[in-house]
Design a protein around this ligand. Structure first.
Ligand SMILES: [Ca+2]
Length: 234
């Protein structure tokens, strides 16, 4: 009988310990079953984006965010494990069109949450770097947003200081800016080309540049874009 009593006492002690009543030996904590929350804060939905921009996500979690992944049109581009969660996006290599970003946040337990989508527009875009040398200046134009397979007709507005004149426009590339025409205006001119291709290199040379002119006094902007069928698309 004594042996039986001791065994019964042992069972009672084990059950008590398993229930945590005596303290010690209890598995710590409850599993994290709560997913993070995440939203894209930049760029804004509907924004027009050119060049290099930062895609930023706000993310939080009841325990902690372990990383945020960034997806462009559903394809993973990169991730960030430290707030502020961001990805540096160079849009200049992409063809004109709409692009959709989403972010996905994870916690250490593997819970995940996808953000709402943000859709932005990448346009046909031009920028000009101008070097002033005495009474002359040379602007090198960089183009973005033109698809490789389809040349566009593009009109550019070139701004320049009062008194300066256009000396020459040279282009090189698959179509060499064929159909190039110029229309002069007050302190500006329009360059119109029927075939501007991806990778086109355009150089604009100016004369009669007034003293004191700086490179920032010159500029270029895209004023119209036509597709291969001559339809205005931008
Ligand atoms: Ca969590």
């Amino acid at each position: 009988m004594r042996i039986v009593k001791r065994s019964l006492l042992g069972v009672i002690m084990l059950v008590t310990a398993a229930c945590g009543g005596g303290g010690g030996g209890t598995p710590a904590g409850t599993p994290d079953a709560t997913a993070p929350s995440v939203a894209l804060s930049t760029p804004a939905n509907g924004a027009t984006v050119t060049g290099v921009t930062t895609v930023t996500a706000d993310a939080s979690d009841d325990v902690g965010v372990s990383r945020v992944e960034f997806y462009l049109n559903g394809v993973l581009q990169g991730n960030d494990g430290t707030a502020p969660y961001s990805y540096t996006w160079d849009s200049s290599t992409l063809a004109r069109g709409s692009y959709t970003w989403t972010a996905k946040a994870y916690d250490a337990a593997g819970n995940q949450q996808q953000s709402a989508a943000v859709t932005v527009t990448v346009p046909v875009y031009a920028a000009m770097t101008t070097v002033v040398n005495g009474a002359g200046a040379v602007g090198t134009v960089s183009l973005a947003g033109i698809p490789v397979a389809a040349p566009y007709g593009v009109n550019f507005v070139v701004t320049m200081p009062a008194g300066a004149t256009l000396s020459a426009v040279t282009t090189s590339g698959p179509y060499a800016g064929s159909g190039l025409a110029t229309v002069s205006g007050a302190n500006s001119l329009i360059l119109a080309s029927s075939s501007v291709a991806s990778g086109e290199i355009m150089t604009v040379t100016f004369a009669n540049v007034p003293p004191g002119t700086r490179s920032a006094d010159f500029g270029i902007a895209v004023s119209a874009v036509y597709d291969g069928g001559g339809n205005l698309i931008q």
